[in-house]
Design a protein around this ligand. Structure first.
Ligand code: NAD
Length: 278
């Protein structure tokens, strides 16, 4: 039976470290403040936004909620972002994605000043990550690196395979593993002989968006498997991109869903908020 990598526990440790750091900052009169913008009321987005507000409250980060009408124009939204960019009381700006179809996500991401880009999606932030300069790291892949490090799983010199090449997860995941001196392969929907590649992995990260896609025949005996996927199955239960029951006896360590990567994403967002005032 594999070791479970407990994202709930590790994310709580990180949040408690941040809470202590924020308390110390408060004594110097510094209180980080995050502006959270939600457009419309998509139920999944509302859950994510509420969890972010709760995490801010727990750590002692101030949060400002902007709940905007679904039909707000792109110009109005960009105007609000511009005001927040110039508001010295606001340290971080987060626009919950996805946005309604009439708004260009790329334009919104580019409008947030890189100084306050706590999601880490602005091209300048991404560029800094690519060349290894200081800057915000995208929360989900940064959370995976923390899960590995805090579970004492070495990345250096390991064969790392990432399934998925999205801008939010797959691509930055591969870059961060490379930064940790892993030997990295990115695979995607056009990859030929996927199983042959994933079976080489010492560390396999699944970010595919397909429930229970990764079965035992995709993994090497003793591999570490990180499951980024989140889905609801027929019984309304959460599951990941990995068929947990099928692989668990073959691998050495694995993240569960829920309680694996999910809680780490918010913890790393909180870390980025504190980073704005460090
Ligand atoms: P996406 O749809 O943008 O990207 C999926 C990637 O998987 C693509 O690059 C595609 O090439 C690849 N892919 C699709 N089918 C494939 C196949 N048959 N073989 C190989 N590769 C294939 O999704 P995303 O935004 O990267 O998210 C991936 C998953 O992670 C989703 O389940 C999403 O809900 C979840 N997610 C979780 C968190 C978290 O906090 N835990 C954060 C972001 C995303």
């Amino acid at each position: 039976m594999a070791r479970l990598i407990d994202g709930k526990l590790i994310s709580t440790q990180i949040k408690d470290e941040l809470k202590a750091e924020v308390a110390a900052l408060k004594e110097k009169g510094i209180v980080p403040c995050l502006a959270v913008i939600q457009v419309g009321n998509d139920p999944a987005s509302s859950v994510y936004v509420n969890n972010k507000k709760k995490a801010c409250a727990y750590i002692g980060i101030e949060s400002l909620a902007y709940e905007l009408e679904e039909n707000i124009s792109q110009e109005e939204l960009l105007g609000i972002i511009d005001e927040l960019n110039h508001n010295d009381m606001v340290n971080g700006i987060l626009v919950q994605l996805p946005l309604p179809k009439h708004i260009n996500e790329e334009a919104v991401i580019k409008a947030i000043t890189p100084k306050k880009d706590v999601d880490g999606f602005h091209p300048e932030t991404v560029g800094n990550m690519c060349i290894g300069s200081k800057g915000f790291l995208p929360c989900t892949p940064a959370g995976v690196i923390q899960l590995l490090k805090r579970s004492n799983i070495a990345i250096e010199g390991k064969e790392c395979v990432v399934i998925g090449r999205s801008n939010i997860v797959g691509k930055p995941m591969a870059l961060l593993l490379l930064r940790e001196n892993g030997t990295v392969t990115i695979t995607h929907s056009r990859t030929k002989d996927l199983k042959e590649i994933t079976k080489r992995a010492d560390i396999l990260v699944a970010a595919i968006g397909k429930p229970k896609f990764v079965t035992a025949d995709y993994v090497k005996e003793g591999a570490v498997v990180i499951d980024v996927g989140i889905h609801r199955n027929e019984d309304n239960k959460l599951c990941g991109d990995v068929d947990f029951d099928d692989v668990v006896d073959k691998v050495s360590a694995i993240t569960p869903v829920p309680g694996g990567v999910g809680p780490m994403t918010i913890a790393m967002l909180m870390n980025n908020c504190v980073e704005t005032v460090r």
